[in-house]
Design a protein around this ligand. Structure first.
Ligand code: SER
Length: 321
């Protein structure tokens, strides 16, 4: 990777991935693609080049790729699960029409492409525990429909045109820089903000509902490590199960309460989030990722909780929350 374009660079993953890539490959080699209204700010803006790259415009993507001689595209433009249920056509337009644009440009300009899939690509017919790499994918949500299609289209462009497409199935990502917007797993981020601010947390996910989760540093490593992996070692491509921890609301609540004994949580279940969460696996088997490109997470619930509370506590003191 020499010149990289991040589409969706101001989103939850993009804002941190762009900075991580700049650290690794040099500031000028990583272009922050954004849409009007979501301009880069602060360090993201000041540290390197940025361009308007709307994934729904093939011309935008093409111009940027040619201008900066891009060889790798991280395509992170997407609507999360709950928003996609409210706007299914827009979810398809961004997720799939957008992906076609990215893949067509990548085919012509010889770029590698990373477009994440998700635990949301699975459905109620999927084995819920230790979900295999290759198994039933019949999701109920539009988010899931776009993610399965993403996997298929990405594999299609690899098999038919040799485009170097690779991806992971992300679990819920927990981070302290940019908030996720409208996902089913967002509660596992929101709970830390509430705890640090001394607020009682209202949990929208029912007790006992397990989902896979991951701390952002591991998610960033997964992206880079997979894109750097030797191609001849990859049996799978789109997309690899990756896992770091699986928990239900009571477990994350207890992990925080151990550190902040006054913290309280109550349940007010959101029926849509409940339905979506129940249709997703409890925990994925990530054996293929471990074997084919050396995936190994660093953070579990305890070490993530230590770090989240430390970082958010410092932000609160600086008046940044
Ligand atoms: N975090 C996503 C969501 O909740 C799942 O990949 O929509």
């Amino acid at each position: 990777m020499k010149n990289i374009l991040v589409i969706g660079s101001t989103g939850q993953i993009g804002s941190e991935l762009t900075m991580e890539l700049r650290k690794r490959y040099g500031n000028d080699h990583v272009i922050a693609g954004y849409i009007p209204g979501c301009e880069p700010k602060g360090e993201l803006k000041e540290s390197g080049p940025a361009e308007i790259v709307d994934v729904t415009s093939k011309e935008n993507i093409q111009n940027c790729v040619v201008k900066y001689q891009i060889d790798t595209i991280y395509n992170l433009a997407a609507l999360l699960s709950v928003v996609a249920e409210a706007k299914p056509l827009l979810a398809w337009k961004i997720g799939i029409d957008g992906l076609f644009n990215v893949l067509e440009v990548a085919k012509d300009q010889k770029c590698a492409v990373f477009t994440p899939s998700s635990i949301g690509s699975f459905g109620p017919a999927t084995p819920a525990d230790n979900t295999p790499q290759d198994t039933v994918q019949r999701p109920l949500t539009m988010y899931g429909v776009t993610k399965v299609t993403t996997e298929l289209l990405s594999d299609y462009y690899f098999n038919k045109y040799g485009v170097d497409t690779r991806a992971v199935r992300f679990p819920g990502i927990i981070s302290n820089v940019t908030a996720p917007g409208g996902g089913t797993t967002d509660y596992a981020v929101d709970i830390y903000y509430a705890a640090v601010k001394g607020e009682r947390f209202v949990c929208p996910i029912p007790q006992g509902t397990y989902m896979d989760m991951m701390y952002m540093p591991d998610a960033l490593n997964a992206c880079v490590k997979l894109m750097e992996a030797p191609a001849d070692k990859l049996i799978h491509r789109n997309a690899f199960n990756i896992a770091a921890m699986s928990f239900e609301p009571e477990m994350i609540y207890q992990a925080i309460k151990k550190r902040i004994p006054t913290f309280e949580m109550e349940y007010q279940v959101d029926p849509l989030k409940e339905k979506i969460a129940n249709s997703w696996p409890n925990s994925l088997c990530d054996k293929a990722a471990r074997e084919e490109w050396g995936w190994a997470p660093q953070y579990d619930l305890e070490s993530m909780t230590d770090d989240m509370l430390k970082v958010l506590g410092e932000k609160l003191k600086r008046g940044q929350l």
